[in-house]
Write a protein that binds this ligand. Structure first.
Ligand code: 8Y4
Length: 296
């Protein structure tokens, strides 16, 4: 019988356990983050109670299908979407965070750029901060530093409203993204946010052309060099729509292919709409990848 000897982990970000408030998130294998939009363009617009009811029902399904995290967002970051006031965002997001924490004991991630909402969501029991603007709003760094939760640091240039107006990089996209993340990590650390609290995300679809997005996924292993757990969000995005010529509701198979490629390149959290099929794709890919780490 041949012996397999476990040698040190190949990836520096492997075997991390993130401390997310009262939850521990074991990233020794890839996990699924389920998307819960509470924007007016999602679900019913039949007032507060219906909205909360719809959010609760959808979250229950995401959790039942195996999501480890629920990402709750109240601002649409689609190019061209209207800016949302703090009051409107707060009123959409906070009741949902409270409900998911109280009723389901869920690990909730709050998708916001607002420092006030970060603090309030943390007080309501959220376990992770997901800011696509990487704490660039005034007061956001300080707010996040004052909250003892992990923070996802995502690459984007400019604002969601305008970021897709001819994005251009003078260097290979993966180098530009890695440098941006490196610089931001230094800023975060200087502000008192420990490296151990950080996740990194290449920001697929944010200030990137189709060619940028495809290349960035292909070269994503170069971001692993930063030694932090990698989160990716590609679910239903236009990189699938443009490549395959598919409408938003026809992008799942394309998304599953991207998920498998991301997991193979080190992704430890995949942010998606379709949890059950994504988890199957991840579990299948992961089973094959065990052969790599066991026998190298
Ligand atoms: C169809 C459906 C077309 C959704 C586009 C979209 C990311 C993220 C978003 C991401 C992290 C989106 C909040 C954009 N994307 N957070 N948030 N990473 N960390 N667009 O890639 O889903 S919103």
């Amino acid at each position: 019988m041949s012996e397999s000897i476990a040698i040190g982990a190949e990836s520096t970000s492997a075997d991390v356990v993130l401390h997310c408030g009262k939850h521990f998130l074991d990233l020794s294998r890839p996990r699924v983050m389920g998307i819960l939009n509470v924007t007016p363009d999602s679900f019913s617009d039949g007032g507060r109670h219906n909205r909360l009811d719809d959010a609760r029902r959808h979250a229950e399904r995401l959790l039942r299908e195996g999501a480890a995290i629920i990402d709750v967002g109240g601002e649409s970051t689609r190019p061209g979407a209207d800016a949302v006031s703090l009051d409107a965002e707060r009123e959409r997001v906070l009741p949902v965070v409270e409900t998911l924490v109280e009723e389901f004991d869920a690990l909730v991630s709050v998708d916001t750029s607002s420092p006030e909402l970060m603090s309030e969501a943390a007080a309501a029991g959220a376990g992770l901060i997901n800011d696509v603007r990487s704490l660039s709003r005034p007061g956001a760094l300080e707010a996040a530093a004052g909250i003892d939760l992990p923070v996802c640091l995502m690459h984007m240039l400019g604002e969601p409203q305008t970021m897709q107006q001819a994005p251009h990089y003078d260097r290979p996209i993966e180098d530009a993204v890695a440098d941006f993340l490196r610089q931001r990590i230094a800023v975060y650390e200087a502000a008192g946010i420990a490296r151990e609290r950080l996740l990194i995300d290449p920001g697929f679809g944010f200030a990137k052309t189709l060619a940028h997005n495809l290349r960035l996924l292909h070269r994503m292993e170069s971001l692993d060099a930063l030694g932090l757990p990698l989160l990716v969000g590609m679910s239903r995005k236009s990189m699938i729509g443009r490549t395959l010529g598919r409408a938003v509701d026809e992008r799942l198979p394309g998304g599953l292919a991207l998920t498998v490629m991301a997991v193979e390149r080190g992704a430890r959290i995949v942010r998606v709409h379709d949890v059950a099929p994504t988890l199957d794709a991840i579990d299948m890919a992961w089973a094959v990848l065990q052969e790599r780490s066991d026998h190298e």
